[in-house]
Design a protein around this ligand. Structure first.
Ligand SMILES: Cc1cc2nc3c(=O)[nH]c(=O)nc-3n(C[C@H](O)[C@H](O)[C@H](O)COP(=O)(O)OP(=O)(O)OC[C@H]3O[C@@H](n4cnc5c(N)ncnc54)[C@H](O)[C@@H]3O)c2cc1C
Ligand code: HEM
Length: 416
């Protein structure tokens, strides 16, 4: 356990960390990659370039300092980070590397504020938090290893089918190259794909499983990410998958991870409300397919927002599901749709997913909400749910990158 004085000292640093958190974590990553380049391949350089990873770590450190006297409030955050670490094969031996660079960075960035007493307290507090993560991550690794058809680390899968879903998204069907089976996973979870990187190392990306559990394959559906401006590189892994990986190719795959999950054994009577924007449809598809199979009586509302028909994935499947399942209501919102498209499909309307549309489909607004999409889309939905007084246990969301803040309510103007 942490001593009273450590708790008091760490808590007293919360305001200064709040002020300097991102400067600290930017310095920390620069320092760590220089002193310990062996850990660089674990990190996605695009997340560093965008500052997203620095922000996520700064937020975690600030939250830890502020809540060190009541760590139960951090439970959800610990699970999210432990699942992310396990997906990337972070091991106990990596913690001292992060710890020593973090403490040195606190000293270097905070200057006189970082007295020996503060550094000693943070050293103890870091060790305590590291042990929490190490313990949970060990459990996850053992669960992966011990489940039927499970494994630890990376396993070679073969691409057995490659199928374009639209102009920008392609699905890859993956089966174990050794002919063994595919383990069960929870709808909403993601796998990790490790590919060779241009610098001769490897790089890893998470991809949500877009099919239901129980199939002989894992299916991932990948959007080809292009640079937003000519001077920047295109997304590396998504273009590699689209262009270099054909049927028959082998891919290194890590076991399913993640805490954005539907537990079909929980038999709620409330409607299940599934909202997706753009490529955020992938975990939502898995949740939808599983719910229809496992809880056929439960009302399901599915709304997908897309730029236009060309970027709308899985439309054929969704139309067929809506026809086959009386308990399913499907709606689409495009930013851009032609008159013909709007007339041809009564489910389609123009604009963004908004409160009015959701309310018109969910009686009393009461539902279990699962949503995934770009940050403004998620922020809009999250704030609407908060404004409606939705209990946190009924709101579930996934970021396709380091977790960002969900501020700035803009439900009526959210681009997808
Ligand atoms: C839990 C989870 C689930 C996910 N599920 C899916 C999924 O189902 N389908 C899916 O398609 N994606 C999914 N993702 C996203 C996926 O992991 C990748 O982030 C995505 O494919 C982009 O990776 P990339 O290597 O192509 O792009 P990266 O190389 O990582 O680049 C990302 C973006 O940053 C830009 N960029 C790169 N380097 C720089 C630089 N130096 N300066 C400025 N800009 C730069 C690129 O142009 C690109 O737009 C998921 C992510 C998470 C965390
Ligand atoms: C107590 C120590 C640690 C804390 C508080 C911490 C915190 C975090 C947080 C908040 C995230 C972002 C999660 C998300 O929103 O997706 C993250 C991701 C990550 N962490 Fe840690 N972490 C710690 C230790 C480590 C260690 C020891 C390593 C090993 C080198 C590591 C490597 C990573 C990587 C590679 C990612 C994903 C980054 C990316 O997407 O590029 N972390 N961690």
């Amino acid at each position: 356990m942490l001593t009273e004085s450590t708790i008091a000292i760490v808590k007293s640093t919360a305001p200064i960390l709040e002020e300097h958190g991102e400067a600290l974590t930017r310095h920390f990553y620069r320092r760590m990659f220089e002193k310990n380049p062996e850990v660089a391949p674990f990190f996605n350089s695009a997340n560093q370039a965008a500052g997203a990873q620095q922000k996520a770590l700064a937020a975690a450190i600030c939250a830890y300092a502020a809540n060190i006297d009541n760590l139960t409030v951090l439970g959800g955050a610990v699970e999210l980070i432990a699942q992310k670490h396990a997906s990337l094969q972070i091991k106990p031996e990596h913690y001292p590397i992060v710890g020593s660079n973090l403490l040195a960075s606190i000293r270097e960035v905070l200057g006189e504020g970082a007295t020996d007493e503060v550094i000693a307290a943070w050293g103890e507090a870091y060790g305590f938090l590291a042990d929490i993560f190490i313990g949970r991550e060990q459990q996850i690794y053992h669960e992966h290893r011990d489940m039927p058809h499970g494994w630890e680390g990376f396993k070679t899968f073969r691409v057995v089918r490659k199928e374009p879903e639209n102009d920008v998204i392609t699905s890859f069907y993956l089966e174990p190259a050794d002919g063994s089976g595919v383990p069960a996973f929870k709808p909403g979870q993601y796998i990790t794909v490790r590919v060779p990187s241009p610098c001769g190392h490897t790089t890893m990306r998470n991809y949500s499983l877009s099919d239901k559990p129980g199939q002989p394959w894992f299916r991932i559906s990948v959007k080809r990410e292009l640079a937003i401006e000519a001077s920047k590189p295109d997304g590396f892994a998504s273009n590699y998958l689209h262009q270099a990986v054909q049927v028959g190719a082998h891919l290194e795959v890590g076991p399913p991870c993640g805490e954005f999950i539907l537990d079909p054994s929980e038999h709620h009577t409330r409607p299940l409300v599934l909202l997706s924007g753009g490529i955020g449809i992938t975990p939502i598809m898995s949740i939808l397919l599983s719910a229809l199979e496992q809880t056929p009586e439960r009302q399901v509302v599915f709304i997908h927002g897309s730029l236009n028909a060309g970027t709308h994935a899985f439309k054929g499947t969704l139309d067929a599901l809506a026809k086959a399942h009386r308990n399913l209501v499907v709606r689409y919102r495009y930013n851009d749709a032609t008159e013909e498209e709007l007339t041809a499909d009564q489910r389609l309307s123009l604009g963004f997913i908004d409160a009015e549309l959701i309310e018109s489909l969910v009686p009393d607004r009461d539902g279990d909400y699962y949503f995934c999409g770009p940050q403004p889309f998620m922020a809009g939905i999250y704030h609407q749910l908060l404004a409606w007084g939705m209990p946190p246990a009924q709101t579930h969301f996934e970021f396709f990158g380091p977790r960002q803040e969900l501020e700035k309510p803009r439900l009526n103007r959210c681009p997808v």
